[in-house]
Structure formats: C-alpha cells, structure tokens
Ligand binder design. Structure first.
Ligand code: 3PG
Length: 306
C-alpha cells in the first residue's frame, strides 16, 4: 500500500486535511501527517518509508531525498516550488509537481487588503487615500497577477502589467495595459504589486534602479518571494524616499531594521499569509492529493516541474 505524507510546518486547515485523507484512502493508500514540526530531524524520520509527500513552503533538499528511500513524488501544494531542490529530486528519480493557480485567489485578495491597509496609513486614524483611480502595475502577469489586476480594475484603477513571456494581445484581452519592461512599469505606476517567482535569473531583480523612479507616494507590495528584491537597495530607497511604503507578505532578512527605521511606512505579515485560507488549502491540498493518485496509478505527469 502506497504511503503518502503531508509534511506541513504551516498546517492546512483541518477541512483540507480531511479532504486529502478521503482522496488518498479512497485510492487505497495510507495517509500520515507531520504538522508544525520544528526540527528537520522530524521531517527526515517521517519521510523514511513514504512513496509521496505533500508540502507547502517546507524545505525539501538533498538530505530529505537521501532519507526518503521509497519516494517517487513530491507535490508542492501551491505555486512557487523554490523550496524544493529540483535537481536533487531528479538525481533521486523523484517527480516534483506544483498545483498552479489553486491558491491564487487567496493571495490576490490579501494583496487588495494590504493595499487598502497601506493606502489608509495602516489604519492610524489620519486621512489616507483610496485605491480608486490609482495607476497599479502588476509585475509578472501569472495566475495571481491576473487576479490582482482584475480586482484593481473593479476598484477603478488603471492597471498596467509587465510579463516577459506574454504578448500585448494576451494582456490587453483583460483590459490591462501592457508595458515592455520592468523599468517602465515602476516609472508609470504609483503602486506596484510584485508576483515574480523566485528563480535564479530573478534574484534581486527589484532594485534601486526601478524603485527610485516610482511616482510620488509610491507603494510597493510583495506577495511573491523576498529573494526577488535587492534588500540593500530596498533599505536605501526607503531612506531616500520618505513618501514610499513597502508592504510585504514575506519578511525580508532586514525585517527588524525595516521595522525600526520605517515605522508607519513598512508592514510585513507575521507569517506568510497569502495562501492561508481554508478555501486555498482545500483547492491546493485536494489538487495535490489527486495529482499523486493519478501519478501512482496511471503515471500521469501533468504539472511535473523537474
Ligand atoms: C505559493 O507559492 O503557493 C504561496 O507562496 C503560498 O505558500 P504557502 O503554502 O507556504 O502559504
């Protein structure tokens, strides 16, 4: 009987775990659970005899693959799979998948909430600003970027997007204005929402050069990954541009410094909250379970990323 492990340092909502269990058991497999673990050794022990693992942002590195002698597949229940060492997976003959789009709505809704929070001066009691009429730039027009654009349009924003692999026609079809470089996006838009995945070629791509050209009262929102920002440049520009705010769902390495230096202009969620809804957990968790069943039973490799 195939053994499936859910290993989540940040657990799914119980309703999602129940749904995953139902799919796994109906397929005749066994489900085990490792939640809220604090030591890597717990993960290494838990993977010892499993065929498949469902994770979130949990780190799955070479050591994990070495410890998981029966492992055939890892599914990252979510979009970004930068937490999984895909080269090590391939070397161990393990398939890696993600569940693209399944938690996008939760992240997009959080973005709107954070933008309003920032525009309203973090609810400090003073007069703030509205989202309506603002020029909003979407950096990376994927599942989440597209939804943030749609919701911002509903708020009456003028929405621009930059995506290196989308045509103007694809972006225009959504009533969004395409721009042709990241630089142009930052120069045009008072608000920029960053959705760039953490890939080696994107590391530090949001830098002084683009941030420094933003219009007055700029707001930068990061619901992607901390690695896509050049943090030294971020601190520098926040010092220079006292009209600028930085809102993020991922605490940067310089979080303590940012809190100390930029009170009222810097906000970071205490823990990555974008996909933390029961709905997103159900969508991504159940998709992960179904992908595992199809992979083990039929060899279906749809959504394979390595
Ligand atoms: C993702 O890549 O899907 C999001 O960043 C959500 O990550 P999480 O599952 O750790 O909340």
């Amino acid at each position: 009987m195939a053994k499936i492990l859910i290993a989540t340092e940040k657990p799914f909502a119980p309703v999602a775990v129940n749904g995953i269990r139902e799919i796994i058991e109906k397929a005749g497999f066994e489900l085990t659970l490792l939640e809220k673990y604090t030591e890597k050794s717990q993960l290494l022990n838990a993977v010892a005899d499993v065929d498949a693992i469902i994770v979130r942002s949990d780190i799955v590195d070479n050591e994990v693959f070495d410890a998981a002698k029966n492992l055939k597949i890892v599914v990252r229940a979510g979009a970004g799979y930068d937490n999984v060492d895909c080269a090590a997976a391939t070397a161990h003959n393990v398939c890696v998948m993600n569940t693209p789009g399944q938690n996008s709505n939760a992240v997009a809704e959080l973005c709107i909430g954070m933008l309003i929070y920032g525009l309203r001066g973090m609810f400090n009691g003073a007069s703030g600003n509205e989202l309506k009429g603002k020029k909003v730039g979407i950096l990376a027009y994927g599942h989440i970027g597209k939804l943030v654009a749609e919701y911002c349009k509903a708020f009456g924003c003028e929405v621009y997007a930059y995506h290196p692999r989308r045509t103007d026609e694809q972006i225009q079809a959504d009533g969004v204005i395409p721009v042709h470089s990241q630089q142009e996006l930052f120069e045009k838009c008072q608000i920029v929402s960053v959705h760039t995945p953490s890939r080696p070629e994107n590391k530090g791509c949001v830098n002084y050069e683009c941030m420094s050209k933003m219009p007055a009262k700029a707001i930068i929102l990061n619901s992607a990954r901390k690695e896509v920002f050049n943090e030294e440049d971020l601190v520098r520009i926040m010092k220079e541009r006292t009209d600028m705010k930085y809102l993020t769902d991922i605490q940067p390495a310089c979080h303590d410094k940012m809190c100390e230096l930029f009170e009222g202009r810097y906000y970071a969620t205490p823990k990555k909250m974008g996909a933390q809804t029961a709905e997103a957990n159900i969508n991504a968790g159940l998709a992960a379970a179904e992908q595992i069943v199809k992979f083990i039973k039929n060899g279906d490799e749809t959504f394979r990323v390595n």
